[in-house]
Ligand binder design. Structure first.
Ligand SMILES: [Zn+2]
Length: 107
């Protein structure tokens, strides 16, 4: 069965088809494929992989960076938080004797 590939979207169609079943562009004058449909599908998959690989890497790198930034933000928030708590404890303990001495409620 002769096949042909849509020149617009790359879909493999039958030679009898006049328009592409996916994008509707005219394929009547498109030359038929010499390779088998398995070969064409394999080539399609390889091409898709090659096209998507750099994009995937970029995406992974970007999401990693975003994750790292998120992590750093949470770490710094934690650091600031614990520093504030430490400061409060130190501050309160330094004032502690005054409060206990005058027997005022702490808070
Ligand atoms: Zn098409």
């Amino acid at each position: 069965m002769p096949l042909k590939r849509c020149q617009r979207c790359g879909t493999i169609c039958q030679d009898a088809d006049i328009v592409c079943g996916i994008c509707g562009s005219k394929i009547a004058n498109t030359p038929t494929l010499k390779a088998s449909i398995e070969d064409e599908m394999l080539r399609d998959r390889k091409e898709a992989e090659r096209r998507s690989t750099p994009l995937n890497q970029t995406f992974t790198r970007a999401s990693k960076r975003r994750l790292l930034r998120k992590l750093l933000t949470s770490i710094s928030t934690l650091a600031i938080g614990s520093a504030t708590v430490t400061y409060a404890i130190v501050y309160r303990s330094s004032l502690g004797p005054i409060y206990t001495g005058t027997s005022l409620p702490l808070f």
